[in-house]
Design a protein around this ligand. Sequence first.
Ligand SMILES: O=C(O)C(=O)C[C@]1(C(=O)O)C=C[C@@H](O)C=C1
Length: 402
Amino acid sequence: MSSNVVPICFPANHPHSKWGISHLLQNKNRICWFSGDFRINAATLKKWGCLSANLGQSKPQLEDDKPLKPSDLDSNSGDGRFDDSQITNFHKDLSYLPKPLSLTDLVSSNSDGSKVRVAYKGAPGAYSEAAALKAYPKCETVPCEEFETVFKAVELWLVDKAILQIENSVAGSVHKNYDLFLRHRLHIVGEVQLIVDHCLLGLPGVRKEDLKSVLSHPQALDQCKMMVNELNVVTVNTEDTAGAAKIVATKGIRDTGAIASSRAAETYGLHILSKKIQDGLDNVTRFLILAREPVIPGTDKPHKTSIVFTLEEGPRVLFKALAVFALRDINLSKIESRPQRNRPLRIVDGSNKGSVKYFDYFFYIDFEASMAEPRAQYALRHLQEFSCFLRVLGCYPVDTSA
Ligand SMILES: O=C(O)C(=O)C[C@]1(C(=O)O)C=C[C@@H](O)C=C1
């Protein structure tokens, strides 16, 4: 699929703002994203009376997407914005121009998350929804079927933020989500550590001994291996834990249980057959909060920075990469490697010993420093000297609450 996507800013009360996928912004303008074969030129934009078409905000292109050329918007000023004379010529009626922010607008962007829409993967009652509510207690949660949809919902301005599980203290990393960072351009703006207490759920009147199978998300099944072995049941993977509870409830299956949260039991009217069934009592899942814009890094509270890089000389020189942090007394809190799918192997010529094939990786590191600190900036400048690719995924306050 090849598609160009351009955000076009229309006034809120403009009829064309209802086109495409639109979202009401705080400044009361609407951004419409046009995609697919749709080609727009400046004349059309003028006719429509749009306020701006910002090339700088164009959606990150997937590998097979063609990047948008300035000539696609021919009388654009070059920096992506139309100049004032063009705008005033569009329409005489200026009632649609953006209203200045009022005090009420500022009050509405509360830190408790009221007015914030957060996308998560799973059904209502999933742990990711609980994580979103922990970060923004009054937010509106938006369930999504796929992780990919969670990312796209933010990119297309359908929601403000996304929440994404990244690792669990018992079952380990969610590798798929590491890979997704590189296919999208969102920024990590926060983290949430959630204590995950799993329950075994069943239909009212069902006993543990009646169960022949148990449904849940693979990570949850992994976290409750001991109990599952004891029950001697068949396990079936579902998209998420709340989804498992929903299946048991809606299908009314008496010999099947679900591993999910007590919230999911309440949501779907199931009974809790056992509580805290996870193997390790300290079962914590770490989630990341993603947004279109990065947060300005501070030094007022402990911050973490997440990066991804590849090494010019391959994984054998990983020690050099780690040294840039050690030299500056910067602690690392996480390291993860993922195959470089477009070039998974590197051939190194060992002169008289013949050539050797090494696996090659993307390295993901979380380090305990803020990008506002010179030592973090120097460390990354140093790392850049021997990496062929380096991206800062985000710098955000550490969640110390779990
Ligand atoms: O299935 C859910 O409820 C989720 O939110 C997913 C998920 C995960 O992917 O790790 C989240 C937290 C728990 O560790 C188990 C499952």
